[in-house]
Design a protein around this ligand. Structure first.
Ligand SMILES: Nc1ncnc2c1ncn2[C@@H]1O[C@H](COP(=O)(O)OP(=O)(O)OP(=O)(O)O)[C@@H](O)[C@H]1O
Ligand SMILES: [Mg+2]
Length: 354
């Protein structure tokens, strides 16, 4: 029949024609998640007391269900002791879970750790994990051999990572002479030496000066642009906001949220944050503020004799004149508005969880 296109091959489940030998490339398919945990728990038991006969149980993770997609920079936030390092260590096979399951790059962290380890990198930072008496380059040679990098590639690859982290000039100095920032760069160089598909970074910029922290963030972005999936923990909200496509908040071993910053803003109740400051609010006035249009949440803080009311607002209707009208007799009132920051969202979520 004229005009008819003969169909060679078969129609797939989405109605697309699949020609023999023209299977979709991996890039065009939805990639499986790089991290998937289900009901993940971790309990630490330590002994205390005069005779160390009292066992203290700490539930560091209490059933974490987390999915992280391929190719993203994923940020994990949470207060001190929330379980971030514990989760990072479990996902990078350094620590075994007590219960539940965790898969990274499709492999089970408990039963397929040997297969997984060469494909992931871990940067815990700090003073540990480096040999201080030898140079940065010699440290990397040692780790290169440990990772089984072929000798003919090893030194070339070390030069490349030293250059990438900005340590070329200091490569042959002993690590004990390195500043904290330089050590952190060496930790990252070590973490990427074996060209992992996924990198775990626990507080990568802690203790770094603003310039070094900025360089580190640039490095993380560069790695992500090269296709490395990144999982990082941080206490710096601007860092999470600047780097991460998606963020999760962990509180006392439980995940309380996981979304984009915009999604989290909706979750905590609005893009707009309005701060009202004044003196001597009556209970009826506070109730009126809570019932202003679009207000989803009101937090009050005392600053000496002044009270600050912080409002999360979902809609555009509430304006400054509206607020002043609703609080007559407060000529001293200060009203400020800003976009709800990640720090506001984080504090709301952690407070709610507590
Ligand atoms: N080896 C251990 N033995 C006993 N308890 C531990 C051990 N490691 C961690 N914990 C406990 O597990 C909980 C979670 O600790 P974790 O280090 O994972 O928190 P974190 O979120 O990384 O905190 P921070 O922001 O301070 O780094 C804490 O209560 C901690 O005291
Ligand atoms: Mg930690």
């Amino acid at each position: 029949m004229k005009g008819a296109v003969p169909v060679v091959g078969h129609l797939d489940e989405n109605g697309y024609v699949r020609l023999p030998g023209c299977e979709p490339s991996p890039a065009s398919m939805t990639l499986p998640p790089v991290i998937e945990t289900r009901g993940l728990t971790r309990v630490f038991e330590s002994r205390k007391g005069m005779l160390f006969n009292e066992v203290v149980r700490t539930e560091a993770l209490r059933g974490v269900d987390l999915t992280v997609d391929s190719g993203e920079i994923f940020g994990l936030l949470g207060p001190n002791g929330a379980g971030k390092t514990t989760l990072t260590k479990i996902l990078s096979t350094l620590l075994l879970p007590s219960g539940g399951s965790a898969r990274v790059l499709g492999l089970d962290v408990a039963t397929q750790a040997l297969e997984l380890r060469p494909r992931i990198g871990l940067v815990l930072g700090g003073e540990r994990g480096l040999y201080n008496r030898v140079s940065g380059r010699e440290n990397l040679r040692y780790f290169g051999d440990l990772y089984g990098i072929p000798l003919q590639d090893r030194d070339r690859r070390i030069d490349a990572v030293l250059n990438r982290v900005g340590l070329t000039d200091a490569a042959d100095r002993r690590v004990e002479e390195y500043s904290r920032g330089m050590k952190q760069k060496l930790h990252i160089a070590r973490g990427i030496l074996h060209q992992p598909e996924m990198l775990f970074l626990d507080e990568p910029t802690i203790g770094l000066d603003p310039k070094s922290a900025r360089e580190t963030r640039k490095l993380v972005r560069g790695l992500a642009a090269d296709g490395v999936s990144i999982f990082l923990t941080t206490h710096y909200m601007f860092e999470a906001e600047e780097l991460c496509q998606r963020i999760a908040v962990l509180s006392r071993g439980r995940l309380v949220a996981r979304d984009t910053v915009a999604g989290l803003r909706r979750l905590v109740g609005g893009d707009r944050t309005i701060e009202i400051e004044g003196y001597g609010f009556e209970d009826a006035e506070l109730a009126r503020v809570r019932s202003f249009p679009g207000v989803s949440r009101v937090v009050s803080e005392e600053f000496g004799p002044r009270l600050r009311l912080t409002l999360r607002v979902r809609t555009a209707e509430l304006t400054e004149p509206h607020i002043r009208e609703g609080l007559p007799g407060h000529s001293e009132l200060t009203v400020r508005e800003r976009v709800t920051a990640l720090e506001d969202i984080y504090l709301d979520l952690v407070e709610e969880a507590a």
